[in-house]
Design a protein around this ligand. Structure first.
Ligand code: NAD
Length: 519
């Protein structure tokens, strides 16, 4: 059967209520904007929306038929039952990819996945929160802006950002870089990904080769003109080449799927086709090749750092893979969360997204107007909304993300629910809090690296967050742990609430605040 990936829109309900319908539309949306929907893969190499197609179809059927006083239980992407609960209980709760400590290793994950027993949900795939590259774009933009403030007299105009990976998340980098005023060169091994990012407006140009790319960079740097350039190539090769030419970018990072040595990273000594074939035919050799390539890749990044570039790890485990391959100083490169985002997390400011379930882009514009007026004293947010409404193309259901803080999320949620109730908006709006939020993720090499009190590896917080969300009436609550190359590295939780205009939705939005904001 050939499947079509689109979202049902408008005001017709296929389910018994908007809570179920909203979650169903979000499931449709993650596949519609996902990287490889035919295989249920949404982003990050292996992050899936459901375990397999029969599981997916059963989830859809259940959402369409279940009552308001029932709760669907999903275990690693497979629906395993519907509980009679009550109308204030979540519609869906899920636990994806949680393995027991000593067993939580990539090789065990692959074996269990092969047997059809487990599936990795990424952070936003398995719990149907992904909204395309626009989901991570403000985070990426804020990182670039903080770098500009800290290292380049407040701006990135005329500054050269070298990065790699134009996948589901990495695809946000060229647009975030352009919005920050920088000259961004993005190396990508898969021509299809470059084509997709140009087509959806996240990337401006593709250079024919490295010489042309560097000429474009030099010209834009001199003119202090923001531009994003894609280059087909392997990042390990290209980074080494640029370093050898003595060219020092101002900022260097990487967002290839380096966390997964089999399904994510493409080693420099293999073509894309060879690496894909080896996933089944010779995965052990492929892992070795990927690791060897990452060693070169990170050594080049360290070379740039020594030459004066601001280098940071953008949350893809590349330093860890390199250290395991013998690069003892890989952790001289700082992680983005500690270096740039933690000051925001520590004030309970985190990424918050809203998605127009009707598919009406005007709904998002009206919410933009509200945010600009209602949060006029918050320069970070108003600056972002002004930029986003002019420059960030919608992918799938119209959506927006903004980093909102203490009390602000509740204020926005309640205002939007009122707008739904009063018919100002053409349909309900889904709110999601990504796992990348204060207290929502434990990952000692990304989110919780070098915590001041040394609590990096304690995963109680995301679990408490999820339990608190269930008891606070949220509509969907998910607990995830890492899969593939992330196995054993992380535990996180996420939450979704459907603002359908009802007084009950007011309660949900009021109660389901992040734990970090409540205690
Ligand atoms: P993805 O799998 O959709 O895309 C990765 C891209 O890297 C692919 O297009 C692939 O072709 C390319 N690639 C792989 N090896 C390469 C190489 N050697 N040279 C050049 N290109 C190469 O993954 P994604 O969703 O874009 O995520 C990328 C990474 O970022 C993952 O490790 C993910 O877990 C991590 N991530 C970080 C954040 C964050 O907030 N910083 C958020 C989500 C994900």
């Amino acid at each position: 059967m050939t499947r079509q990936f689109s979202v049902t829109t408008g005001s017709n309900l296929r389910c018994k209520g908007w809570r179920q319908e909203g979650l169903l539309r979000l499931l449709e949306n993650v596949l519609a904007v996902g990287e490889d929907p035919a295989n249920l893969v949404v982003y990050a190499a292996l992050g899936r929306a459901a375990r397999d197609w029969p599981s997916h179809d059963k989830i859809v059927e259940t959402l369409r038929t279940m009552n308001d006083d029932e709760t669907l239980i999903v275990q690693s992407g497979k629906p395993i039952g519907v509980l009679k609960t009550h109308e204030r209980a979540p519609i869906v709760i899920m636990a994806n990819c949680n393995m027991v400590g000593q067993w939580a290793k990539a090789e065990n994950f692959y074996e269990l996945e092969e047997k059809g027993l487990i599936c990795w949900g990424g952070l936003t795939a398995g719990d149907w929160q992904y909204i395309g590259s626009q989901g991570v774009i403000q985070g990426t933009y804020e990182i670039f802006m903080r770098i500009g403030e800290r290292h380049f007299d407040g701006e990135l105009a005329g500054r050269f950002v070298l990065t790699a990976g134009l996948g589901g998340m990495g695809g946000a980098q060229p647009l975030a870089g352009r919005l920050a005023g920088a000259v961004t060169l993005c190396v990508e091994i898969d021509p299809e990904r470059i084509r997709k990012r140009i087509e959806n407006g996240f990337l401006e140009k593709q250079a024919a080769n490295l010489d042309e790319a560097l000429a474009m960079v030099a010209e834009a740097r001199a003119a202090k003109r923001a531009i994003s350039i894609g280059l087909l190539g392997n990042a390990a090769d290209v980074y080494e080449d640029i370093l050898a030419r003595g060219i020092v970018p101002d900022v260097v990072t990487d967002q290839t799927s380096a966390h997964d040595l089999i399904y994510g990273y493409i080693p420099a000594n293999r073509t894309l086709a060879e690496a894909r074939a080896m996933r089944k035919d010779d995965p052990v050799r492929l892992m070795e090749d990927s690791r060897a390539s990452i060693v070169r890749h990170v050594r080049a990044m360290l070379g740039f750092q020594k030459a004066g570039s601001v280098v940071f790890d953008n949350g893809n485990l590349i330093r860890t893979q390199a250290r395991d391959g013998g690069v003892t100083d890989a952790f001289d490169i700082p992680i983005f969360t500690e270096a740039f985002l933690r000051p925001m997390f520590s004030r309970a400011i985190g990424p918050f997204r809203w998605i127009a379930l009707s598919n009406d882009a005007d709904d998002i514009r009206k919410i933009d107007d509200y945010v600009l007026a209602g949060f006029s004293d918050n320069r970070i947010v108003t600056n972002w909304i002004e930029l986003a409404r002019k420059n960030v193309p919608f992918e799938g259901l119209p959506a927006r993300i903004a980093w909102l803080g203490h009390g602000e999320r509740t204020k926005l949620g309640l205002a939007v629910n009122k707008m739904v109730r009063e018919g100002v908006l053409s349909g309900p709006v889904a709110f999601t809090r990504d796992h990348l939020d204060a207290g929502a993720m434990a990952h000692p090499n990304i989110m919780t690296e070098r915590m001041r009190d040394g609590s990096d590896a304690i995963a109680d917080w995301p679990l408490l967050n999820a339990l608190a969300m269930c008891s606070s009436q949220a509509d969907l609550v998910a607990i995830h742990s890492g899969g593939g190359g992330y196995s054993g590295y992380m535990t996180s939780s996420g939450v979704t609430i459907i603002a359908d205009g009802s007084p009950e939705a007011d309660d949900r939005l009021r109660l389901s605040r992040p734990l970090s904001e409540r205690i």
